[in-house]
Design a protein around this ligand. Structure first.
Ligand SMILES: Cc1ncc(COP(=O)(O)O)c(C=O)c1O
Length: 425
């Protein structure tokens, strides 16, 4: 454990006033909830809004509702995404089908998606991973003909939009996450949004019997939020970052998560959501631009930002040239406390619990993303000198690993080891 300035890979700071609002939520549970529903409905331009215990819980309820409407069972997921997503599919007793992902945009490989989109598919998860905007209208057009629902996964992209339309308002139904490290947080929470009355009615049937959280559960979450707020500051983050048993940032496949309503304390914690979201988005956009400029000078390859809207990078994606390079930069980051992180350890195909079901569903591009992607922090704690140090670390890792290795794609492209890649941006 090294006592030094240490950046968390992602952070959603909240103010003391928000913690107080959380406790006040207990005094006026119904009116605070109704106000939040109305505000989200207006922001997304949708009629139906529900708040639940997590993004996974939201997705589980959506899948159960859609299954009730069409009877189909196949859920198409991007081959590279958070392990919570297949967890929810399995929890809803449906089957996972993998579509490969374009490594330069993190959008679907549309050639693959159009082959998969037949009348056996219940829905496709259009996922704005890392806050990168993907082409949801194109997914909708492809799915419409086959009666496939489009579920927009906005867990990592709250605040982004395509033109004037917020991410989350383009699919048939969408969900948000308010987990730790998301755009805004209340500890753990999620929202479901839809403008479709038929889906709305089916969801209301799923939501009505959900249990409430106990008072002890509510207070425990509040305390965790308060302690997290203290420890995510770069001056103190060395402490939790140095405790491996906390397993910070680890992504897990598990299906026994709670599915409940969002409790009044968490609703209260979200009361000033718009102010916090605006602040978070402004700093992510500004830092992403700064990082882009810095990496362009350093000739480090980044993923392609969405052109027709505004991606709001929850973390800034950089595709290293090889696994060796990725490992080198992650080691450097751990030593220097830079908050560079490697995201998910594999494509969904290689999650041990799903290996049998998915062994024949090859997603080579998603596997390559898992091997080469690193993400840079964009949150409010990032300083100008952090951006310079991060850029230096990426260059240093390229020098060290590039001299030693040739990655498969370099071989395929006929490139010399360590030679600069064509700039994507
Ligand atoms: C892309 C994506 N979808 C869904 C989820 C699930 O959200 P939650 O953690 O709130 O269950 C996450 C969580 O990290 C996510 O990153």
């Amino acid at each position: 454990m090294k006592v030094q300035r240490t950046l968390p890979p992602s952070a959603a700071p909240i103010e003391f006033r928000d913690l107080i609002e959380g406790l006040l939520g207990l005094l006026r549970p119904q009116s605070t909830l109704e106000q939040l529903q109305a505000e989200f409905g207006q922001y997304f331009g949708v009629k139906h809004v529900w708040f639940v215990s997590s993004g996974k819980a939201a997705l589980t309820l959506i899948l159960q509702a859609l299954h009730g409407l069409s009877g189909r069972e196949k859920v198409v997921l991007p081959g590279y995404t958070c392990f919570s997503v297949p967890s929810a599919v399995v929890r809803a007793r449906l089957s996972v089908a993998l579509c490969d992902v374009d490594p330069l945009s993190l959008d679907f490989d549309f050639a693959h998606l159009s082959k998969m989109a037949d009348s056996s598919v219940l829905c496709v998860l259009a996922t704005h991973l890392l806050g990168m905007g993907i082409d949801v209208p194109r997914v909708v057009e492809l799915c419409r003909r086959q009666g496939i629902f489009v579920v927009e996964d906005v867990a990592q992209a709250f605040g982004g939009h395509r033109g004037d339309i917020p991410f989350g308002a383009m699919g048939d139904v969408s969900f948000l996450s308010f987990g730790r490290g998301k755009n805004i947080t209340c500890g753990s929470g999620g929202a479901i949004l839809t403008n479709n009355d038929r889906i709305g009615e089916a969801l209301a049937r799923e939501y009505t019997p959900l249990p409430d959280v106990s008072l002890v559960g509510m207070l425990k979450n509040w305390l965790e939020v308060a302690v997290t707020q203290l420890l995510i500051k770069p001056s103190l983050y060395w402490l939790p970052a140095g405790l491996p048993f906390l397993k910070l940032g680890e992504t897990k496949f598990y299906t026994d998560f709670p599915v409940s309503r969002l409790d009044p304390i968490r609703v209260g914690l979200l009361r000033r959501w718009k102010r916090r979201l605006d602040k978070s988005t402004a700093s992510r956009v500004a830092h992403s631009e700064q990082i882009l400029r810095s990496l362009a000078v350093a000739d480090v390859r980044t993923l392609k930002p969405f052109e027709r809207g505004q991606s709001v990078y929850l973390r800034f994606p950089v595709l290293m040239r090889s696994k060796q390079e990725k490992d080198a930069v992650c080691r450097l980051s751990a030593r220097q406390g830079l908050g560079i992180s490697s995201m998910y350890p594999s494509s969904l195909q290689h999650i041990p619990e799903l290996r049998d079901a998915l062994s024949s569903q090859e997603v080579p591009k998603s596997t390559a993303i898992a091997e080469r992607l690193v993400t840079l922090p964009t949150h409010e704690f990032l300083s100008d000198s952090d951006v310079v140090r991060i850029s230096d670390a990426l260059q240093a890792a390229q020098r060290v690993a590039g001299a030693e290795t040739r990655c498969p794609s370099d071989v395929a492209n006929g490139q010399r080891p360590g030679s600069p890649l064509p700039r994507v941006n």
